[in-house]
Design a protein around this ligand. Structure first.
Ligand SMILES: NC(=O)c1ccc[n+]([C@@H]2O[C@H](COP(=O)([O-])OP(=O)(O)OC[C@H]3O[C@@H](n4cnc5c(N)ncnc54)[C@H](OP(=O)(O)O)[C@@H]3O)[C@@H](O)[C@H]2O)c1
Length: 203
């Protein structure tokens, strides 16, 4: 497996350096590009097997340290929106230096902000417009990816495609990115990283 490059050093269109942060800021943030009210367009980040499996019994079904590094590097200093089950599945390290917004109707959370609905999330963004200056990721799990795709809140999907089947009980909604523009960020032996961009007139 080759190492996962830092986004800021990846060669990109027209010879420019690719920066996830710059791409996100330039294209998706700012008052004119809001999807719904005050919410930004989000970047989904996930790792899944060929069938879309992302988790099993509340955990990741696999351990790929290089993919975890990719996740940590990509979300550094970012805003991460997640569901309660995903929040419970992550180690404390995942929250350091990041703004963590957790959707939950039934729980309070420590070291993160709990929000009861998409409407509450929207209010939170309206009251914290500085968050729109950062990359805004939705990090899962299945329930939250499904919700955000259904609400057309996702513009980019950074997917680690694992080249091996796993047992799992939750899946990424792969149908949601059919027809999206695909760009291979890393082609590895065990997994590849693909950046999907919503087609202009796509769903
Ligand atoms: N491979 C990957 O990239 C990846 C990424 C993330 C997670 N995962 C895996 O995915 C699994 C977790 O996914 P999941 O689908 O079970 O759970 P999840 O999406 O992380 O969280 C679901 C929970 O979020 C809350 N919620 C959902 N919709 C809501 C809404 N509209 N408003 C407020 N709260 C809402 C509810 O929590 P309450 O019950 O508290 O109300 C619900 O039970 C784990 O196995 C995890 O390891 C994998």
């Amino acid at each position: 497996m080759g190492s996962v490059e830092n986004f800021s050093t990846m060669p990109e269109r027209a010879g420019e350096k690719f920066s996830m942060q710059r791409a996100a800021k330039g294209r998706f943030y700012g008052a004119k590009s809001f999807a719904t009210g005050s919410l930004p367009k989000f970047i989904a980040i996930a790792a899944c097997d060929p069938n879309g499996v992302i988790g099993n019994a509340g955990k990741l079904p696999w351990h790929y340290p290089e993919d975890l590094e990719h996740f940590y590097r990509s979300t550094e200093e970012a805003v991460m929106v997640m569901g309660y089950n995903t929040f419970c599945s992550l180690p404390a390290r995942a929250f350091v230096g990041r703004t963590c917004l957790v959707l939950t109707r039934n729980h309070e959370v420590k070291n993160a902000i709990s929000l009861r609905s998409l409407a509450e999330l929207e209010t939170y963004y309206r009251n914290h417009p500085e968050l729109l200056e950062k990359p805004n990721f939705v990090i899962g799990g299945a329930a939250i990816f499904t919700l955000f795709f259904a609400e057309h809140l996702i513009e980019l999907a950074l997917i680690t495609e694992i080249h091996k089947d796993y047992e799992g009980d939750v899946k990424f909604p792969l149908d949601s990115i059919v027809g999206w523009h695909k760009k291979t960020i890393l082609a590895g032996k065990e997994f590849s990283i693909i950046l999907y961009t919503r087609a202009k007139h796509g769903s």
